[in-house]
Write a protein that binds this ligand. Structure first.
Ligand SMILES: [Zn+2]
Ligand SMILES: [Zn+2]
Length: 252
């Protein structure tokens, strides 16, 4: 069965978010999403707070909607590492070591929002195993940054779409998500689908196609700014020389 999933969600207990669990549940049910991967900021939570957030996920999961608990933790390199399914904090350290500890704990680690980091993150991404190539909070509504997608491909890691939602307003419009192929709508099966790559990038329930699908749909709602972004995406996708791309990027 195919399940639509929203990844990288912060609720009020993350400290910098005003998304209530009720608002999140209502938005997911209205959209027909079956899985929510929460990633609260570890830095904002005590160990008791983490246990409480895990308990709330279990309590609010039912046959139609599963909330998978998780944490977002900073590494020594100041990378943010998402631990999907992580129910207790791992100790801090280099990103690769933290990802290893998350895997040992049964979680699925991913490098969050690489477009925020200086060049070089690709070297570490391979050992983390997955990259959030499109973070809607930082990368906009239109499409994942082409350079990030290409860099992720080189690392051989899995690519994920995430929302990094902090408020209810982040749950409207055409949303990047993942479609997971699972035998049962249960937390272990959802995590296994991410791990095994039975996961497809999508926008609003439809497999993602930057130009025919997600891009144009997002463009319809985003006016001139969206047009500029689309022009930039097209410029990156066409076989132009690097200088030409830069020129188009500057002009647009
Ligand atoms: Zn982050
Ligand atoms: Zn986040």
């Amino acid at each position: 069965m195919k399940v639509r999933a929203w990844l990288h969600l912060h609720t009020v207990c993350s400290g910098d978010a005003d998304l209530t669990l009720d608002a999140l549940l209502a938005a997911a049910k209205a959209a027909g999403v079956g899985a929510l991967f929460l990633t609260e900021h570890r830095e904002a939570l005590s160990d008791d707070g983490i246990r409480e957030s895990v308990r709330r996920c279990r309590e609010h999961s039912d046959a139609d909607l599963v909330l998978v608990p998780g944490l977002e933790i900073s590494s020594d390199e100041r990378y943010h590492i998402l631990g999907f399914g992580l129910v207790a904090a791992v100790s801090k350290g280099p990103a690769a070591a933290m990802a290893g500890r998350m895997r040992e704990a049964g979680a699925f680690p991913a490098l969050a929002h690489p477009s925020r980091y200086p060049p070089g993150w690709e070297d570490t991404a391979g050992s983390i195993g997955a990259v959030e190539v499109w973070n809607r909070h930082y990368d906009g509504r239109l499409a994942p940054p082409a350079a990030i997608v290409a860099a992720c491909r080189k690392t051989g890691g899995r690519s994920l779409f995430g929302l990094d939602a902090h408020g209810a307003e982040a749950l409207s419009g055409a949303l990047p998500e993942m479609i997971l192929d699972v035998d049962a709508l249960e937390e272990p099966a959802l995590l296994e689908a991410l791990r095994d790559g039975r996961a497809e990038s999508a926008v609003d329930g439809k497999p993602f196609d930057a130009f025919a699908g997600g891009g144009l749909r997002a463009l319809a709602g985003s006016g001139y700014r969206g047009l500029r972004r689309l022009a930039r995406r097209v410029a990156y996708a066409l076989p132009f020389k690097d200088e030409t791309r830069k020129r188009i990027g500057r002009r647009w």
